[in-house]
Each structure stands twice: as structure tokens, then as C-alpha cells.
Design a protein around this ligand. Sequence first.
Ligand SMILES: NC(=O)c1ccc[n+]([C@@H]2O[C@H](COP(=O)([O-])OP(=O)(O)OC[C@H]3O[C@@H](n4cnc5c(N)ncnc54)[C@H](OP(=O)(O)O)[C@@H]3O)[C@@H](O)[C@H]2O)c1
Length: 339
Amino acid sequence: MSSYQLKQWFYVKRPNEFVGTEHYELRESDFSPQLSKNEVLVKSEYISVDPYMRIQQAATHSWEPPHPLNTVQGAAVVAKVLESNNDNFQPGDWVSGYIGWQTHAVVHGNEIQTIDPEQADVKTALGILGMPGRTAWFGLMEAGKPKPGETVLVSGAAGAVGSLVTQFAIKAGCRVIGIAGSEEKCEWLKTMGVDEALNYKSYSSAQQLQTKLLELGGVDVYFDNVGGMITDAALTSLNLRARVVVCGQISQYNGGLDIPEVGPRFLHQLLYKRASVQGILARDFTHRMAEMIEHVAPWIKTGEIEFKSTEVCGFEYLPDTLAGLFEGQNTGKAIVRVV
Ligand SMILES: NC(=O)c1ccc[n+]([C@@H]2O[C@H](COP(=O)([O-])OP(=O)(O)OC[C@H]3O[C@@H](n4cnc5c(N)ncnc54)[C@H](OP(=O)(O)O)[C@@H]3O)[C@@H](O)[C@H]2O)c1
């Protein structure tokens, strides 16, 4: 029986505001697992950090109960099979699954999916060919319903979901305005072909940003990743029969989840513009993953869609990397490489 050095990040303390390393505990132990029938031992290679982790740390129920304390932080992982007692998996295979912030795990074969490294970089399973890709594709296509020539506004446009929504909207023949938090991110958005890239940090109020959005002709589809001031500006810049896709509200996660601001305050704008608002959740589309991959995978192969990630090297940096999402440290998908 082989022995491994297991490292795990346990979520141990609920944050009231910003999340950081102090809310986690790194535990190390010797690990000599014995596999039962159909079980597989995997070693994590790339681990995801995502804003929803902070939502799950709120005291209140979201779409599910809060993440329990004193358990390994849940997360999507790209891993390699080390040992297998399951005919569908061989040592050396690449797989993905909801394995959590740990270096090794024993999982049942039906908890993991094989990744074909010939199809695309294995890291895409955490991004464009994974949950963020599914969110971007179905959120835009099913809730946003973009039509050629319409203006799509994307907040958080240089992030994991936003950078994909941006590119899918360009592919759908739309005029795209991307909003992000730095000049570098705006420059990157321009290389992807957005018509306008706005750095929200150079606008001091929602009114100022609203003026700019109206100057640009208003918004037919607003894909909202961030909420707050940007959404205030977007909702007052809608065109007739606009669609608002509520995907995320990251500006509200650090303290605003348990004691939310009173609002929304702009519902009359929806009335004036006969606009519709739809919240979307990635997990509602899990069963339609193959459909999304059929559309998107060829674009990765031809290079028509760019998948960018910000890779942090070192298992010990997982909580810091999560905290960094709220400071805009990532461009594209934030991923921690286990070294
Ligand atoms: N509904 C679903 O099923 C679903 C699935 C996945 C993600 N989401 C949501 O979608 C949003 C994006 O997620 P992601 O995984 O793609 O993360 P991400 O955009 O890759 O990373 C978070 C980004 O948010 C921006 N940000 C942080 N604090 C902000 C603030 N106060 N105001 C404005 N922007 C802020 C930062 O970029 P800047 O430098 O531009 O500020 C940061 O890089 C999140 O709200 C997340 O919860 C929802």
C-alpha cells in the first residue's frame, strides 16, 4: 500500500467581511488509502477558486445551506489518477470533479469525469469547458437572448465568466461594452474585439457611468456579474425590452449578503423599458453540458475564443487567491496549481 503526504485546507471560521487565510486551517497527515470497488485515488493538479465560495460562507441559506465549518473547502479540481479500482479509470488519466481544496482524495468513479487532454488544455475543465463556461453560455443565450446588432453590456468582463460572455456576445453579432477594474484589463478586452471597454474605477458615481452608457446608445442586454454602482448605472441605461441577466453580485459579497442594502431602487426603469430580469444558476444547466461543449470546443481549437487563466503556483496560496478575487487580482479564470 502506497503512502502519501495529504494536505487539506479546512474552512474553520465564518468571515463577516472579507475572507482571508484566517478563516482556513492547513492540515497535513499521512495518507495510505485502501480502495474499495469502483473507487479511485486522485492527486489534485489544478484547483479552482470562485466567488461562490464567499456566498456559501454567508450565515444565511442561498440556493443551498451555508458551507459547513470544519470541513474541507469544496471546489472543482482537475486531477490525475494515481490508483484505480474502477475499470473506467487508469493511473495517469486526467479527471475533473468536485474534490475540494486537498492534494489527494479517494472518490467513487461516478464523482469524476475523464478529461481528454487532446481536446483542450486540461485547465479548461475549470473554465470555458467547465462551470464558468456553462454559466456564460446558457446565461447569455437563454436569459440574455442576444440578437445581432444589439448592445450587450458585461460587468466583470475580464473575469472567468465575463470574458466568455463577452466573446460569446461578439460571436452572436452583438456590439459589446465590457466593464472591468483596470486599464490593463480594458486593453485585453479590446484585443478580444469589444467595441468599448470601460474602467469602472475611473467613474466616481453611477450617474457618471450612466451618462457614458447612454452616450454609447444604451443597453439591450445587461449581463451582471458585480451589482452595486455598475448595476445602478446599467439599470438606468436600458433600452426598450432590454434583458437583464443576474449572474453574480460580487460587490455585495463581503458583508452585504447577511445585511443587504435595501433595494432594488430602479424598478420603475424596468417598467418604463418593459425590461425583464432573470437570475441564472450554473447548476440548472449541468445536464446540458454536452450541448455547450459542442458549440464552444471547436472555437477553442481554432483559437476563435480565448481562454485565459491567472495561475497561482502553490497549494498554500488557496485562501489568498480566493481573497484576491475581491481585489481584482485575476484576469480570466483564477486557478491554483498544486506544486
Ligand atoms: N449564477 C451562477 O451560477 C454563477 C456561476 C459562476 C459565477 N457567478 C458569479 O459571476 C461573477 C463572476 O464570477 P467569476 O467566477 O467569473 O469571477 P471573476 O470575474 O473571475 O473574479 C472576480 C472579479 O470580480 C471583480 N470584482 C471584485 N470585486 C468587485 C467590486 N466590488 N466591484 C466590481 N467588480 C469587482 C474583479 O475584477 P475587476 O478587476 O474588474 O474589479 C475580480 O477579478 C461573480 O459574481 C460570481 O458569483 C455566478
